[in-house]
Design a protein around this ligand. Structure first.
Ligand code: CMC
Length: 433
């Protein structure tokens, strides 16, 4: 086995070098502290492989993304979201019989407990759908405690189907509630994506029939968001799951992590940025200057791993144009986005830092063409990411599970003398005034 030699404090240790199936190498430091007393420092985990995984491969230098070995371009062209979910969670492409069984399970799980519907009444109108989503996903186990027990494979299969199916119903219901519209129950005869659009846009006595292009675009959007190895929300799910927290609460924590605007919330931030620019109060050039001066951030650009291009952004950009054409829609924001992209890609600031459009740059335009409202954008990302969260939660709990518990580089006071309350002087506590 290859190893690297570290000399420190008069000691020499050999640390094994692990090799990924795709050839990347990684120093195994699990014994480092025991052998030397040293820990490692890597804020943001930019250089740390937090786990070994077999689910998704990303090569940021070459712009490669593969789910269980299948290139994202193939997934996008040939698969559906439900099939992709099965692939990610169970590790290989499903057979026809497995797909049918999975679809039946999804259909059997599409309703919410009627008691749970009262939760929607308790949220204020215009309540944040991400907040509603995380709260209701977490509440599912109160109504069906049996789905918390995933110890045998049959129970796990039901829990998997319950989350994937119900998350779509919860998302649509939270939108209907915010709009003051009656809930539209899922229709068991419709496919996963068609059913979602039905629950969002049908009204009593007038069922909504989305075009095949709209259903295809939604499938694509969800598949492209389905997994992205150890991203912030997935790492959150793995960390929470490592404490033996149930699948539903772990997924709810993933929803919360995704909400932030540097992660899934970026799709909302991109839309807001493009809308501001479309108003014409500031030119694209002047905005880019402000970004370069660190007074603003170009949302939907840059990625921790991708340093050439994000393959998901390429696929989405093409899909936006296809969809706008088939839906005969026009979107003024597209021209702003194109100009912004071109200006940034030709600018040294972005070139030197390897900043390219990421998945969030064009995804909002697909959602706009599907008439999904802005406050649902990150919810849509969450629906897509659920299979990835489940796959990682399962993987993290397989075999020798270990509580995730990082160390720190402590830089606080070494030991502070205690002063009784009545002896403390006001000026010493300025920050509390
Ligand atoms: N606009 C302007 N400058 C940027 C941007 C950006 N979008 N992204 C990175 N930089 C600069 C950053 O200021 C730094 O510059 P300097 O070297 O002068 O200090 C340099 O590039 C390296 O940036 P970093 O912050 O070390 O990079 P990171 O890997 O920590 O951050 C990121 C990755 C995605 C948080 C960041 O690129 C970003 O904030 N992008 C905008 C938000 C966004 O689109 N998020 C979605 C990410 S993809 C989907 C998802 O994960 O949900």
């Amino acid at each position: 086995m290859t190893s690297v030699r570290l000399e420190y404090g008069g000691k020499t240790v050999d640390l094994p070098v692990l090799r990924s199936t795709t050839g990347e190498e990684c120093i195994d430091i699990t014994e480092l502290r025991a052998k030397t007393g040293l820990t490692t420092f890597d804020p943001g985990f930019g250089n740390t492989a937090a786990c070994a995984s077999k689910i998704t491969y990303v090569n940021g230098e070459k712009g490669i993304l593969r789910y269980r070995g299948i290139p994202i371009e193939t997934v996008a062209e040939k698969m559906t979201f439900v099939e992709t979910a099965w692939l990610l969670i169970y590790g290989r492409l499903p057979t026809m019989a497995e797909m049918k069984a999975f679809s039946t399970r999804l259909t059997n799980n599409e309703l919410l407990h009627e008691g749970l519907l009262h939760h929607f009444d308790a949220f204020p109108p215009n309540g944040q759908p991400m907040s509603i989503l995380s709260a209701v996903v977490n509440s599912l186990i109160c109504y069906s405690p049996e789905i918390m027990d995933t110890t045998d494979e049959e129970a796990m299969r039901n829990a998997v189907a319950a989350i994937i199916s119900k998350v779509r119903t919860i998302a649509a219901f939270s939108y209907r509630k915010a709009m003051g519209l009656p809930f539209v129950y899922p229709d068991p005869a419709r496919s996963y994506c068609e059913n979602f659009l039905h629950m969002m846009f049908s009204i009593p006595h007038r069922p909504h029939q989305p075009t095949p292009e709209a259903v295809k675009a939604l499938n694509l959007f969800l598949m492209l968001h389905a997994d992205h190895e150890q991203n912030c929300s997935t790492s959150t799910v793995r960390i929470v799951g490592s404490a033996e927290t149930n699948l539903f609460s772990s997924v709810a924590s993933g929803v919360c992590a995704l909400w932030g605007k540097l992660h899934g919330g970026a799709n909302v931030a991109v839309f807001e940025m493009l809308s501001r620019l479309a108003k014409g109060d500031e030119s694209v050039e002047s905005f880019v200057e402000r970004v370069k001066n660190k007074q603003a951030r170009l949302m939907g650009f840059g990625h921790r791993v991708y340093k050439t291009f994000d393959p998901r952004a390429r696929i989405l950009k093409k899909a936006v144009f296809d969809l706008l054409e088939t839906e005969r829609a026009d979107d003024p924001l597209i021209n702003i986005a194109l100009k912004l992209e071109e200006t940034a890609l030709n600018d040294d600031y972005f070139k030197e830092r390897h900043l390219y459009p990421n998945v969030d740059f064009y995804s909002g335009m697909i959602l706009r063409a599907l008439r999904i409202p802005l406050n649902m954008y990150t919810v849509m990302f969450a629906i897509g990411r659920v299979p990835g969260w489940i796959a990682h939660w399962r993987e993290g709990n397989e075999g020798a599970r270990r509580l995730v518990r990082p160390r720190q580089l402590y830089q606080g006071a070494v030991e502070t003398p205690f002063l009784p309350l009545d002896l403390r002087q006001d000026e010493e506590w300025d920050n509390e005034k």
